[in-house]
Design a protein around this ligand. Sequence first.
Ligand code: NAI
Ligand code: MG
Length: 491
Amino acid sequence: MTEVDRKQDRAPVPTGWTYAPAPESRDIVRLAEGYGHFIGGEWVDAAETYGTIAPRDEEVLAQIGQGTEQDVDAAVAAAREAFANGWSELPGSERAKYLFRIARILQERAREFAVLESLNGGKPIKESRDVDLPLAAAHFFYYAGWADKLEYAFPHRQPKPVGVAGQIIPWNFPLLMLAWKIAPALACGNTVVLKPAETTPLTALVFCDVLRQAELPAGVVNIVTGDGRTGAAIVDHPDVDKIAFTGSTEVGKAIQRRLAGTKKKLTLELGGKAANIVFDDSALDQAVEGIVNGIYFNQGHVCCAGSRLFAQESIAEPLVEKLKKRLETLRVGDPLDKNTDVGAINSKMQLDRITELVEAGKEEGAEIYQPPCRLPEKGYWFAPTVFTNVAQSYRIAQEEIFGPVLSVLTFRTPEEAVEKANNTPYGLSAGVWTEKGSRILWMAQQMRAGVVWANTFNRFDPSSPFGGYKESGFGREGGLHGLEPYLRFEA
Ligand code: NAI
Ligand code: MG
């Protein structure tokens, strides 16, 4: 034993330390009692409303409109008028100014939006503060840069805006998905009718205030709230030129069926069941961090979550041991506490779905591990979960759980890893952990997945396109590729 080791042996190491509460103040958020729809730059009262809640304690935060066909019709008309009367003819350099303004205002109001996102959606404040908000602003900055360079992006093709875009987004990254949708649409000269998810409408509604601050012309962005019925009205509206949808594979398929035979353009970003593949030569401690980030980030409410861990057999045991130890240090609790790692499950419905799939995993014969943790009494919570002894055929290895639940499988050879990893109806993302560069490149070519991360996971950048293979959807968001769905080409 070395001198240093012995010293460490004798050092008085405190074992029982816990973090003191470090709550972020919510006073910065000023909510109205209720919100209507934002149409043509004005607030329009909603005929029917429902309460949106904070999943951490089920507190009702505000009353939200359930958009009707008439509301959608008015929003589409406002978007059409704004498109025809100026916006689509504006020079790209002028459109860029609005996008830059929006980006700057989001940065200035970042703390307010981060708190609101965590309050309404349940995600840890450190994630909304350090990931959602910076990335949302970055997206607007990035597409502002393209607005006056479309001819260079698509030389000799005469890019033109498509018209009115109908955009339907989910509840896992509410403001970030709004940015992914609105920024490229506006950069290309389109106008927008956007519907946030029914459980997380608040950041989209407060964003309307940002639009006013940026003096964006009325009708360029319209926000209509409500559930799937409102979404369906947008999809079916005859004067919408393009639909962009992010959400479940089930609804994505239904939308594709409904649009068959129409002239509407469509992009779908749907579910996933990503493989995170760890080879025996990888740095195991780093891999553990990547696995944790891959599946427990945002409570696993991530379409590209690394929900299937493939461990090479020779290191499977030590890897899972390290992972279990690491899970003991994850802090589950109040999303507004700056030390929280895993926040609240977004909704009762999602909690029920996670619970059902976890029960199925137990029944099918997988072995469950959950670290000891005290879950709050009120609100929706689920402990970080690892399943071992998982067979390829189990539901927990096939279906998207969209919760903090990891299924561990093993493999012996790279070929076997490829075969098993690709054996799902999805193909959104994958992770590869190895020290060997040639293997990274080979694996990246073999994976039927839109994004392949090497020795990292869940990394995003606005300049990098994101999207799926197979039932994970089609079309790309981000990067140069993300402009194309919002353009038509005259040559
Ligand atoms: P969902 O697909 O029903 O909801 C996503 C959005 O689509 C929401 O804004 C919703 O109001 C809207 N919508 C629902 N039905 C519609 C319809 N018929 N026409 C047009 N728009 C419609 O997803 P849900 O029910 O919230 O979650 C179910 C499962 O879907 C989750 O457990 C998860 O596995 C998956 N999911 C995947 C997401 C992703 O990012 N890929 C996001 C959300 C859910
Ligand atoms: Mg649904």
